[in-house]
Design a protein around this ligand. Structure first.
Ligand SMILES: O=C(CO)COP(=O)(O)O
Length: 240
């Protein structure tokens, strides 16, 4: 368990034009100063994926998608298949992010089907789960997260990543206490076994990364806002 290599993921969400490639160059320069002790994965908007794949590969970074369709191909206007992500250079795909569950109505069943599509083409799904503030305040956090896990993870799956992202911590500057994070990550660990990386996401910043990444069973971070600027993201990578 202790030797799971840390994975630091930048989820750029709907941010980033071609000019954002400068941030990749800057990050590459910062990371070239020492051997990173973590795997670094950047999930840009799909429009940037192909273009970022080469500079990222040169710098030793992985690239990934932010979602994919559950069907491998077909008449689904506007959608992106897992195979297209893979073809563009992706190794991973974020699935079931709370923003997609919230704004696109994604259900556990859909997340599970998307994960199956991802696995079929050789992508590693990063399955996101987390509770609302109300669920936490009413003592249901562990139960909610366990329910998400049970519903979103395919039965026949070996290689995947789980990311615990409490909804109330995303973009708010709020983070659960170390004890609260440890409790959830332990519950996830008990369900997924010893080899699966479990990330924490929600207001991870350079100044709290070291503390968050030292909590038991926290094997990395899923970073939103602070992944957009290379210097901030590097601050988090360094902490790992
Ligand atoms: O949603 C997140 C990453 O997927 C977290 O976003 P922030 O780091 O901006 O809180």
């Amino acid at each position: 368990m202790e030797d799971i290599r840390k994975l630091i993921v930048g989820n750029w969400k709907m941010h980033g034009l071609k000019s954002a490639l400068d941030e990749v160059d800057r990050l590459a320069e910062l990371c070239s100063r020492g051997e990173p002790k973590a795997d670094i994965l950047i999930c840009p908007p799909a429009t940037l994926l192909s273009e970022m794949a080469k500079p990222c590969a040169d710098a030793g970074f992985l690239v990934g998608g932010q979602t994919c369709h559950h069907k491998l191909k077909g008449a689904y206007t506007g959608e992106i298949s897992a195979e297209m992500l893979k073809d563009a250079g992706a190794t991973h795909v974020i699935l079931g992010h709370s923003e997609r569950r919230l704004y696109n109505g994604e259900t556990n069943e859909q997340v599970k089907a998307k994960a199956e599509a991802a696995i079929e083409v050789g992508l590693i799904p990063i399955i996101c789960i987390g509770e609302t503030r109300m669920e936490r305040d009413s003592g249901q956090a562990v139960a909610v997260v366990s329910q998400f896990l049970a519903g979103s993870i395919p039965d026949e799956i070996e290689d995947f990543v789980v990311s615990y992202e409490p909804l109330w911590a995303i973009g708010t500057g709020l983070v659960p206490s170390p004890g609260e994070i440890a409790e959830i990550h332990m519950a996830i660990r008990q369900r997924v076994g010893g080899d699966i990386p479990i990330l924490y996401g929600g207001s991870v910043k350079p100044d709290n990364a070291e503390r968050l990444l030292s909590i038991a069973n926290v094997n990395g971070a899923l970073v939103g806002g602070a992944s957009l600027k290379a210097d901030d993201f590097y601050g988090i990578i360094k902490a790992a």
